[in-house]
Design a protein around this ligand. Structure first.
Ligand SMILES: [Zn+2]
Ligand SMILES: [Zn+2]
Length: 368
């Protein structure tokens, strides 16, 4: 009876509750994947379709075809992304949160910064909290988080971490759920880097104000993120080519820019690491801007990987296999392992005229 009860409680805690929470998350406004945000993103896509259709700028005969149709949204990779979206909730409870909780006490917090600067320069009198201050603080939280995300993302494109981030790039078609195709190791690093960045920023800001200031939020989300999610954030992982134009794209990351980031063409490699603000890409030399003319893109990491990331377990385990294989190879061939981490030479591109961003999803290898 006790064993059964234990099993029941375990099932509730580790499986049913996380998956239910993840499912209910589709109906709230906290995450990018909320149904409201999906609706607003695809409404923008529809407006774009009508605009292009009226000017004869698209071959798509329907809106469904314009956004990619069945061959995108029912592609094996997309179906895997839908499944992984729920598995990720279990991984979060089982692995991400425990590891973060383990490291969390070692991280410097805002209180430590306040105490440090108070010791150095003396305590300050608390300023009165008002809307402008909350807006400013909220804007800072957004900027710090986005800045940390840029560098974390850039780090995951380096040799050792690429094996984990490759999971995200392995998707040969992009659907909004692909945003959730992130390995748990990357998620842990992402969370820790945000904690470190926000802790330091909050400590400095609060010290300057003489006490805690609350960030202005909308429905519990930093207001800038909420506004950006409500716009076209879900189109970043889609085949809808939406460019903001070369000028605005120096500051704001467009869906087209993130699609460039997913391209397997060598001249697109290591471009557009930003999540929301391409300003970081501009500042640190990794910017690639687009125009309203769609580029022919092929997503993924090359044909040779198509069979390697087909299951949920392969998304979780493959990075560890790759790293152990390369580590073993490195002990035998000290320098040759490095080439394995460089993204493979992509196959020839084939233009498909149907959807907004031309895609290639065939399995025949043009390399042979
Ligand atoms: Zn990336
Ligand atoms: Zn992506």
């Amino acid at each position: 009876m006790d064993a059964l009860e234990l099993l029941y409680n375990g099932l509730i805690e580790w499986l049913i509750e996380p998956v239910t929470r993840q499912f209910l998350g589709l109906f709230d406004l906290n995450g990018r994947m909320g149904l409201v945000f999906l609706f607003t993103s695809y409404s923008i896509a529809y407006a774009l379709f009508r605009f292009r259709e009226q000017r004869g700028l698209t071959d798509a005969r329907s809106f469904g075809q314009f956004i990619g149709g069945r061959r995108v949204y029912f592609h094996r990779s997309a179906l895997l992304d839908y499944r992984y979206y729920f598995v990720r909730a279990i991984l979060k409870v089982a692995l991400v949160l425990p590891v973060v909780a383990l490291v969390d006490p070692l991280v410097l917090r805002s209180g430590d910064y306040i105490a440090f600067f108070s010791n150095l320069w003396g305590a300050r009198t608390q300023v009165e909290q008002h809307l402008a201050l909350s807006l400013l603080y909220g804007l800072g939280v957004f900027l710090v988080k986005d800045f940390m995300s840029y560098w974390a993302h850039r780090a995951f494109h380096s040799r050792w971490l690429w094996a984990f981030h490759k999971v995200h790039h392995s998707a040969p078609v992009l659907v909004p759920a692909t945003a959730s195709r992130v390995h748990f190791v990357e998620k842990i690093v992402e969370k820790l880097s945000a904690i470190i960045g926000i802790g330091a920023y909050a400590g400095l800001f609060w010290y300057a104000c003489g006490g805690e200031i609350s960030r202005y939020s909308l429905f519990g989300v930093t207001y800038v993120v909420f506004i950006l999610n409500a716009l076209a954030a879900n189109l970043r992982h889609s085949h809808v080519w939406l460019s903001f134009g070369p000028v605005l794209e120096h500051v704001l990351n467009s869906p087209a820019q993130h699609q460039i980031h997913h391209s397997d063409a060598p001249h697109h490699f290591n471009r557009n690491f930003a999540i929301n603000l391409s300003l970081w890409d501009w500042m640190f030399g990794t910017l690639y801007v687009t125009t309203s003319t769609p580029e022919v893109l092929r997503f993924g990491t090359g044909e040779q990987d198509h069979q390697r990331y087909l299951t949920v377990s392969s998304l979780i385990i493959t990075p560890f296999i790759d790293i152990s294989r390369h580590t073993t190879a490195a002990s035998r061939r000290p320098l040759s392992w490095m080439s394995r981490f460089i993204a493979p030479t992509p196959p020839t591109l084939t233009k498909s005229p149907a959807c907004s961003t031309p895609i290639e999803v065939s399995t025949a290898s043009p390399l042979t």
